[in-house]
Design a protein around this ligand. Structure first.
Ligand SMILES: C[S@@+](CC[C@H](N)C(=O)[O-])C[C@H]1O[C@@H](n2cnc3c(N)ncnc32)[C@H](O)[C@@H]1O
Ligand SMILES: [Zn+2]
Length: 275
């Protein structure tokens, strides 16, 4: 596998000691003990710790480990499995992978998983540290979705779950006829939380915009209800942008509510690159 240098775009090669990637211009990036590489140079960072905060990453980790999104992860794995029917030597990227929940689910759930070269990328270093610690059979990199450190036409499939992307970078790194799977919130996602937080809750606009250079080949919606306990409701709040919009009073109401059932609603949009 080869990364490309985020500074000069030449190929990066692992050195003889296997502890750093270097390009022919001597730009060098250490391979951390946990197996991830940080390809986000300081000069390309817009803040000290870009991406999700440690608190959000911890909350998401705790919430996802509770199993409430397992059903959605199964739908994700099934969709990927049916898209890459022959899984011989396929390359997949989890874009904005966070703490790696869906990468782990994919490796466990997909058949012939040893044939899959799976990469996870996120701009938040703390998320990548956690993901790489938990999944040694995949490759994790700190980088921005606006500047992907991969060669042209590298991936058979890129997926992103609630994470940002850049159309021209997606077009560049996906093979001709390769696939892009985008998971976004459906109209009723976390509706009961929204009703408590906002004076006038609005449904998510779930209309997918076709990324330039791709055509939509499938769209499906999966909805169900969850009943997280009081602590997990707080984690759910903390891992979403609701965290900043919820007053202490409403947080307490959410915490105290009996038998609180919350709708989750996911839209899976599958696109194929036009070749
Ligand atoms: C809502 S979280 C979703 C994480 C993961 N996909 C999941 O569903 O568990 C969005 C993720 O996108 C990452 N992110 C934000 N901006 C990014 C960028 N420009 N490039 C790469 N990742 C980014 C955040 O750090 C965060 O981990
Ligand atoms: Zn370089």
């Amino acid at each position: 596998m080869s990364y490309i240098c985020p500074i000069c775009k030449n190929t990066l090669a692992l050195n003889a000691w296997g502890n750093a990637y270097r390009c022919e211009n001597n730009h060098s990036f250490d391979l951390a003990k946990d197996g991830y590489v940080n390809l986000l140079p300081v000069q390309k960072k817009h803040s000290k710790d870009p991406g999700d905060t440690k608190e959000m990453i911890g909350a998401r980790h705790e919430f996802l480990a509770s199993g409430f999104y397992d059903q959605m992860a199964e739908n994700l794995v099934e969709t990927i499995q049916s898209t890459i029917l022959d899984s011989q030597g396929k390359r997949i990227l989890d874009l904005g992978c966070g703490e790696g929940f869906y990468s782990r689910q994919l490796k466990v759930g997909i058949s012939d998983s040893e044939q899959i070269e799976l990469h996870g990328l996120d701009i938040a270093k703390d998320a990548i540290i956690l993901a790489s610690k938990k999944q040694k059979d995949s490759k994790f990199v700190v980088a921005s979705s606006n500047d992907l450190p991969f060669p042209d036409h590298y991936f058979d499939l890129v997926y992103r779950v609630y994470a940002p992307s850049n159309d021209s970078e997606l077009f560049r790194v996906i093979k001709p006829s390769g696939h892009l799977l985008i998971v976004t919130p459906g109209p009723r996602h976390l509706w009961q939380l929204k009703e408590m937080i906002y004076e006038e809750a609005r449904e998510h606009n779930s209309e997918g915009i076709e990324p330039t250079g791709f055509k939509q080949v499938k769209s499906l919606q999966k909805s169900y209800t969850i009943k997280p306990d009081q602590e997990l409701r707080m984690s759910l709040l903390q891992m979403t942008p609701f965290a900043w919009q919820t007053t202490e009073k409403v947080k307490k109401e959410i915490y105290d509510k009996d038998n609180f059932e919350i709708e989750v609603d996911f839209i899976f949009s599958l696109y194929q690159k036009l070749s």
